[in-house]
Design a protein around this ligand. Structure first.
Ligand code: PAF
Length: 281
């Protein structure tokens, strides 16, 4: 039976009891509106830990656009229906006050090692400060042995790994591959907001990423990025960026030989929805 917990103090006692028995804890932080990508993380955690906790918390401090926060789907009942069959132990669904008892203003001065300068960070000012703030708070509450995140949010997991290392937080970050819809579109809670026709056509994002990977030996970085931008500039899609970066530092690359870990990241608008995706080159 899944336990749905709202109070931080209740969750902390449950975790303490489990740790006293020697149980390991796996943690999947989410903002709800769950899809198969989330459920894959949950199932992996269940396989690898004695106790799995999923949090559902729409974190206001990571929304640089308040309209986006207002539009974010709130689907707790449907999320629970998806989670129960996985056999997850605990769903932590706190109020804002439980997470930010002293207020939720972006008070976090967590060092992000300049990893938030490019890609999403350049277009969503303050977003990663908010993500780091809430993940740090959740890690303090849950103290998991393992933390599960998806590769789709490449910059997010890179920043969280940096934060874990620099603050010496005792947890292991497990990054899971992107789960895709049959046409290749990366699964995301935002896909629900696309029209049927746009969702069908959105496989172009992944085919473009794969085409860039295929041509990486024959074209310069600039040419590859230009090629991606052109291919994705077809209605209803409007690319915001197609950037090839060093996967460690998230700096823009000029030459593929400057790194052993190149990644192409994209953000594309369609139907007023911002879609992101990436592929390791
Ligand atoms: O990826 C998300 O859903 C969120 O950014 C996270 C990690 C749950 C923090 O609110």
């Amino acid at each position: 039976m899944v336990a749905v917990i709202e109070k931080t103090s209740d969750l902390v006692s449950l975790i303490q009891n489990n740790k006293q028995k020697g149980n390991t804890v796996g943690f999947v932080p989410t903002m709800g509106a769950l899809h198969k990508g989330h459920l894959t993380l949950v199932k992996k955690s269940i396989k690898e830990n004695d106790l799995t906790i999923v949090s559902i918390f729409i974190n206001p401090t990571q929304f640089n656009d308040k309209k986006d926060l207002a539009k974010y789907p709130r689907t707790l009942e449907a999320d629970l229906e998806k989670l129960i069959p996985t056999g997850v132990d605990v769903v932590f669904a706190p109020t804002i006050l439980e997470i930010y008892p002293d207020g939720d203003e972006k008070g976090s001065n967590i060092d992000l090692g300049d990893l938030d300068n490019n890609l999403e960070g350049a277009f969503r000012p303050g977003h990663f400060k908010g993500v780091a703030q809430v993940v740090k708070r959740l890690l303090e509450i849950v103290t998991p042995d393992k933390l599960y995140m998806g590769q789709k949010d490449f910059q997010q997991f890179t920043i969280i790994q940096y934060m874990i290392d620099s603050l010496k937080i005792k947890t292991n970050l497990v990054v899971c591959p992107i789960i895709r819809e049959p046409n290749g579109l990366a699964m995301s809670s935002r896909n629900e907001r696309l029209s049927h026709s746009t969702r069908e056509k959105a496989g172009i994002i992944y085919t473009t990423l794969k085409a860039i990977k295929k041509s990486k030996g024959n074209k310069t970085i600039k040419e590859l990025e230009q090629y991606g931008l052109k291919r994705l500039s077809i209605a209803p899609f409007e690319p915001e960026y197609v950037s090839i970066v060093d996967g460690h530092k998230l700096t823009l690359l000029n030459d593929m030989n400057d790194t052993d870990y190149a990644v192409v990241c994209v953000a594309v608008w369609a139907d007023g929805v911002r879609l992101i995706d990436n592929i390791i080159l």
